[in-house]
Design a protein around this ligand. Structure first.
Ligand SMILES: Cc1ncc(COP(=O)(O)O)c(C=O)c1O
Length: 389
């Protein structure tokens, strides 16, 4: 039977909950009418707990990169010194955007698969005391590393006045990311990952300090000018036509997050899926690219030694409609990545681990049959013990 849908376990786009699909499938409304105002005024305050901020969360129409670009163009002037942590292709993207906008970029290049150390950031800040902003990626989707954002932000704020700007594209909605408490000035994400929506929306949350900088920045900007979005957000408006169907879906996504018990419960589910996946991989003798300490809660990278990563992905797609991601740049063919975020549950982990076991048999990989599923089950029971007590 030809399946109608994929078992999509890439780290974005991710599957959409059926209730969100239904919500998006509504008749169109006028974007300057009362219905649209009501919708924006309903979703905007409910985004704040997702970002854990008291500040405004602005909604842009564009992919995640539009939010990264908006972070750069709104907070910097040409020639400003900035630091960018580059530990994979999305850190590299932030650096390229900064270079495009003629910033004096001090890159901190980290081996792919490793997280940056807080001291490394401090050292570069001390060498470049004129630094205006530090650009960080929380979950580096290309490797499955989650940088210690809380500690980095704390240190940056201790030793400098630089703004802390964070790409949370594959972490907001799938990890604990307490923007105000961590001292993050600007936190951005896209809709198609842990936010359980199709691609097309971008979100920008900003602190008071970021907002002051945005107002002072003299660089010309138009579509991505956050001042224009901020000016209209209180009236339930956006400066340009919003992606209305996605806003219908967002309303339902927020219902689902609230029904689950809020963003902390959602983050716990992601943590549980991470644990199940990692323990299963270990039991299956699959080498993990990233250490436990640095591992992302939303994506897990495996670097196989006894078979070709691309061969496994091909079999998974053809035989089971299970879509996994490959490596990027120099890691192409070297790793495969499993996304476990958004509309993804422990039941899905049990499913893909079981499928992996069949494929590993086909590929002649040596492991004890059933060991992965048993380890995932054990991790599930361990992770939910308190819930049941
Ligand atoms: C961490 C991170 N940053 C930025 C992006 C870019 O987002 P988009 O492809 O939506 O422009 C991605 C997409 O995979 C990402 O994972």
């Amino acid at each position: 039977m030809k399946p109608e849908w994929d078992l999509l376990h890439t780290p974005g786009p991710t599957p959409i909950p059926p209730s969100v699909e239904r919500a998006m499938n509504q008749p169109m409304i006028g974007h300057r009418g009362q219905k649209c105002k009501d919708l924006i005024q309903s979703v905007t305050p409910r985004l704040k707990p997702v970002f854990k901020t008291e500040g405004d969360v602005l909604i842009l129409t564009g992919s995640g990169t539009s939010a990264l670009e908006s972070a750069v163009v709104n907070t910097t002037n040409p020639g400003d010194d900035v630091i960018v942590v580059v530990a994979g292709s999305f850190g590299d993207r932030f650096a390229k955007i900064c270079e495009t906008y003629e910033l004096n970029v001090h890159r901190i290049d980290i081996e792919w698969g490793k997280a940056v150390a807080v001291d490394q950031v401090e050292q570069v800040l001390r060498e470049q005391p004129q630094t205006k902003a530090v650009f960080l990626t929380h979950s580096e989707t290309s490797t499955g590393v989650m940088h210690p954002i809380e500690k980095i932000a704390e240190r940056v704020n201790q030793v400098s006045d630089a703004l802390v700007l964070v790409d949370g594209v594959s972490s907001v909605g799938g990890a604990v990311l307490d923007m105000d408490r961590f001292g993050i000035d600007l936190l951005v994400t896209g809709s198609q990952k842990a936010m359980m929506l199709p691609p097309g929306l971008a979100f920008v949350a900003m602190s008071e300090r970021a907002w002051e900088r945005i107002q002072e920045t003299s660089r010309p900007r138009f579509y991505l000018d956050l001042r224009a979005y901020q000016k209209r957000v209180g009236d339930g408006q956006t400066p340009f036509t919003p992606a209305l169907s996605l806003l219908f879906g967002l309303d339902e996504v927020l219902n689902l997050i609230e029904e689950e018990g809020g963003i902390d419960r959602v983050a716990e589910r992601h943590q549980l899926m991470q644990q199940m996946t990692r323990k299963a991989c270990r039991a299956l003798q699959l080498p993990l690219l990233v250490s436990d300490e640095d591992a992302s809660t939303t994506v897990t990278s495996i670097r196989p030694e006894t078979f070709e990563a691309e061969q496994l992905r091909k079999l998974a797609r053809e035989e089971f409609g299970l879509v996994l991601a490959g490596g990027q740049n120099h890691m192409k063919g070297e790793i495969f990545r499993i996304g476990h975020m958004g509309y993804s549950r422990p039941a899905n982990v049990l499913q893909y681990i079981s499928i992996l076991e069949i494929l590993l048999k086909r590929l002649g990989h040596d492991f004890e049959p059933g060991a992965g599923s048993a380890a995932a089950q054990e991790a599930y029971l361990e992770g939910t013990r308190e819930d049941q007590a």
